[in-house]
Design a protein around this ligand. Structure first.
Ligand SMILES: *Cc1c(COP(=O)(O)O)cnc(C)c1O
Length: 475
């Protein structure tokens, strides 16, 4: 509620601290998703100061605030230099991977002459492509991946391309299993067919280049590969910048212009936008620039090597834990772990690990791919990887002991047949509680929620997730 009279700064900050008490910790490496910690607090502090310095500058008008042009050119130039581009490679600083991807899809759509544009993506491509297709009125065609390596299939991709295809997507690496798609092969067949090819290097773009020469094999994946026409790279992931920082690069100027938007069709100020957002603070740009300058090339080499060493140690250690196995051959520092033992439910394992203070991300099953848990290791992870392995071993044993999460009798049929529009948010919350999936002790039994969602078809899953979000923000 808005107070009648303004409150003191001390009071406000104390309230924020209190509100954050139930949040996952953003530093320390025990949360193996969402957050990227260098383990160097001084870097995050300088980023915060730079963010605040740029806070009130508005990126809406680059002619009014030339500082943002200078900073953006510097950041985009640094990314281009590492991703197969050069001093003149066109790029855009965006708020995140999703926005970079939306702009890449828009550029492909607007620069192609296809009446009913379509994009072709492997099933492992990030949902940001589904979102982009949905927002931009483009059709999306998914192509299955190899069920052993989880990598995109060039032959199946080639077969999916039609006259309507404006963009083909590959990932380096894909998020779910952390493997790199055959970029060279797929980009080559795109070039042959005259179709653009986007490399989603949102998670790997600021990690893979720093691994070259360190003993980790990095296949060519960037703009230097013939046929690649755009690439996305999130600085708020392995760039360790504060959230709101990503870059999308294009192989040519014309393509970048197709990502832009201008409007003079109203009686107000002139609109020239490089991104989806119009008015926006320059904090994320200042924060990203300062983080990159504070860490430097050698710093990124060290952080990347540390994250990969942690992932290797994790993969080795998992072999010793009965019932668990690493999926595919992780290229860098994203590791997915599945269960080989029907008594060991990975969703229960995730809850057990959480009770021991670690957050390990559950991933639902998908046709041909079993349910699993995902770990994103970062610069801070190496120091804690032995503790992580201990927790995984303990949580796995506890999960076997307590057995798989129970899917309540009849719930799958009930939810599949239910017309969700007839249920209000309160009714939905009651429904969740009635199946034991409501909040208990303040923390919902996520294993039960995940087990139920996992048993449902995709469309029902999505409808339920929307209701879950809506219920979360109601009442
Ligand atoms: C994180 C990620 C995205 C989306 O990025 P956001 O910054 O969360 O919008 C896209 N692709 C891949 C491979 C990612 O890992």
């Amino acid at each position: 509620m808005l107070p009648e009279n303004g409150r003191s700064a001390a009071d406000l900050l104390a309230e924020l601290t209190r509100l954050k008490a139930a949040d996952l910790p953003v530093r320390g490496g025990k949360v193996t998703a969402y957050v990227y910690d260098t383990g160097r607090p001084e870097v995050h502090e300088v980023a915060a100061k730079a963010y605040m310095e740029m806070l009130e500058v508005n990126c809406l008008d680059p002619t009014a605030f030339p500082s943002i042009v200078a900073l953006e050119k510097d950041v985009v130039g640094a990314v281009a230099a590492m991703l197969g581009g050069g001093a003149h490679t066109p790029g855009i600083f965006t708020s995140g991977g999703t926005e970079s991807i939306i702009l890449a899809v828009k550029a492909a759509r607007d620069s192609a002459d296809a009446p009913n544009p379509q994009i072709v993506v492997p099933v492992t491509a990030h949902p940001a492509f589904h979102k982009a297709a949905h927002y931009l009125g483009v059709d999306l065609v998914t192509v299955p991946v190899d069920t052993v390596t989880y990598r995109a299939d060039p032959a199946a991709t080639a077969a999916a391309i039609t006259d309507r295809t404006v963009l083909v997507v590959v990932s380096a690496p894909s998020y779910p299993q952390g493997v790199i798609d055959p970029v060279e092969e797929i980009a080559a067949l795109c070039a042959e067919r005259g179709v653009r090819c986007h490399v989603d290097a949102c998670v790997g773009g600021w990690l893979l280049p720093w691994l070259r020469g360190t003993g980790t094999e990095v296949p060519p994946f960037d703009l230097s590969v013939p046929g690649v026409t755009s690439i996305s790279c999130d600085l708020h992931k392995y760039g360790y910048a504060p959230k709101g920082a990503s870059v999308v690069l294009f192989s040519d100027e014309k393509l970048r212009r197709a990502a832009y938007f201008a409007s003079a069709d109203w009686p107000g100020y002139t609109i020239i936008n490089s991104t989806v957002q119009s008015s926006k603070g320059a904090g994320p740009l200042g924060g990203a620039w300062a983080t990159m300058q504070a860490i430097g090339a050698q710093g990124y080499r060290d952080l990347a090597a540390g994250a990969v060493a942690a992932a290797r140690r994790l993969a080795e250690g998992v072999k010793e834990i009965p019932g668990l196995r690493v999926m595919g051959d992780p290229a860098a520092s994203l590791v997915a772990i599945a269960s080989d033992d029907p008594r060991l439910d990975v969703f229960v394992l995730s809850d057990k690990a959480r009770a021991h203070g670690w957050f390990i991300q559950p991933q639902l099953s998908y046709p041909g791919i079993p349910a699993n848990v995902h770990l994103t290791l970062t610069g801070v992870s190496l120091a804690g990887v032995d503790a992580l392995l201990d927790v995984l071993a303990t949580a796995a044993a506890e999960a076997v002991e307590s057995g798989p999460a129970p899917v309540p009798e009849g719930i799958v049929e009930l939810l599949t047949d239910l017309d969700l529009d007839t249920v209000d948010d309160k009714g939905f919350a009651d429904l969740l509680a009635s199946v034991g999936a409501g909040p208990s002790d303040g923390q919902p039994e996520m294993a039960v929620v995940n087990a139920i969602i996992d048993a449902l078809p995709t469309e029902t899953r999505e409808a339920l997730l929307i209701r879950f979000l809506s219920a979360l923000y109601s009442g």
